[in-house]
Design a protein around this ligand. Sequence first.
Ligand code: IPE
Ligand code: IPE
Ligand code: MG
Length: 260
Amino acid sequence: MTYTSSTVRVPEVAAVPRHIAIIMDGNGRWATQRRLPRVAGHTRGVDAVRAVVEGCVERGVEYLTLFAFSSENWRRPTDEVSFLMRLFISALEREVGRLHANGIRLRVVGDLSMFNERIQDLIRRAETKTARNTRLTLTIAANYGGRWDILQATRKLVEAAVAAGEPVPVTEDTLGQYLAMNYAPEPDLFIRTGGEQRVSNFLLWQLAYAEFYFTDTFWPDFDRDALNRAIASYTERERRFGRTSAQLETQSQNADSLSC
Ligand code: IPE
Ligand code: IPE
Ligand code: MG
């Protein structure tokens, strides 16, 4: 189990984020600006995913989590939702071989019961095929909602207590092991493209101490350079996790003297 709560223990901080989580926003506006149908932006968005996955591998990022479809996106026009489902299927069919060849593990998180059998089957097969890969874990959040995640974890914790026939302690660690992304550390860097500055029910629990980075760039235009700019911004942040700058300074001086 990799998940540990940043509010319980101060995590190790590296120059490059171990885990980047992205809200890929602005596909529709990218297309509208070009007088194209909104869905053309979603198609181009897949190219941006490829570029960002490659960029993350290059930079040594261990976990990349992409918000592809929120639990609220069902509210969109039926045509757009069907298009997104077809795009999801074709991306799974076309990209998994390449991901596997590049040592990338694919995971999909969200309430998958809402997807049709074909999608669920493709997801299961892709996850199984890539399960042993270690270069990068790419998680696609599909029909995901942060509140859904916290609620489903709570339900599982209660069910475990019922099955055990005794109360189970309710702590960040016991709840955390049932969260959809229990296999990953919390995101270090949260990126949202497309200019909006909101979380839109993404990883509510896990973003507790993430560094936030917002850019006006629409997702289809977000490339490796844009990713590197976001990482550069992250590198300049001082992650205090509740402590003071002076404490961090003392800690790094102690580490320096130990390594001499
Ligand atoms: C993000 O782009 C993709 C999904 C939510 C599936 P949008 O489709 O939200 O693009 P805008 O925000 O309307 O431009
Ligand atoms: C968030 O984008 C969800 C995804 C990127 C998949 P939206 O474009 O749906 O978010 P809101 O509704 O504008 O907050
Ligand atoms: Mg949007």
